[in-house]
Design a protein around this ligand. Sequence first.
Ligand code: P6P
Length: 320
Amino acid sequence: MYLSEYLSKNCEDTSLNKVIINLSIAANKISKVIRNLNNDINIKGVSKTKNFDGDIQKPLDILSDEMLMELMRNAPVSGYASEEQEGFVDLKNDHDLIVIADPLDGSSNIDVNVSIGTIFSIMSQNNLPLEHAFLQKGSKQKAAGFFVYGPQITLFLTFGKGTIAFGLDENKSEFILINDKIKIPKSTSEFAINASYSRFWDKATSNYIKDCQEGKDGPKGKDFGMRWVGSLVADASRIFNRGGIFLYPSDKRLKNKQGRLRLTYEANPLAMLIKEAGGKATNGIKDILDVEVEDIHQRSPLIFGSSEEVEEFIYYSKNL
Ligand code: P6P
């Protein structure tokens, strides 16, 4: 079943459906630019520009953001925000839905041909002025998803009725249904963390990872494996497919005091998808979807995945 058919059968909000379809059209275009190595975008080079946060923007970051925004202008969307935009963009219409996106997450992996992706979060303005609508908690999301530009091009999507997976049929340029009810295994023996930062970790993370590494002879009583792609959508895609626990905690470095990942266009959409697939997502203390949003680019610690393992981590956080 194609994405458009699935949505018309399962999601009665026609405006939401149109936004999701336009996001899939944008993703299709972005994937073609990424794969088309002889394009005039020098993906090996970096642009001269930096985003407001001082990150050097790769040409594809900028192009992806422009493509997304163009498709959102042609959808029932009243406002757009993204990692590449300093503030939100008022699309000057009286539609109700707003979209927050990470247009090209993992772009540091572009040069080395590792899977990257586009993450999105869709909310209603809920009769709020735009400057407040973009600061609603993750629990207010109407839909969320991410595209993975990898060996396959996939879409993980939720609009509150479970988490669904689609794959791109490149011949037809259509996303087709792969799995209409993803269920993340409750337990796991695989963790994902950038272990090079262990000297900066808080006590809970250090204790938890140490116990995982002690394996079956340690307190957890089983051996663990580790994966770290360094691309959120790639690590998340693995966890949706076979379970696991992903940890990007806050650490002692000033720039990571609140973690590295962004709440509104990384943690919140992932948390909705994970919850709808039977997993859990936390900042170590509370459910990500309940975290107050003060700024579109606010960072947050993010631990998500198999519910029993995330609950274990929360226990470590609360019982130091
Ligand atoms: P580190 C990619 O730049 C990203 O934002 C996420 O996609 C990924 O999970 C994380 O950063 C990787 O961070 O510190 O391991 O490079």
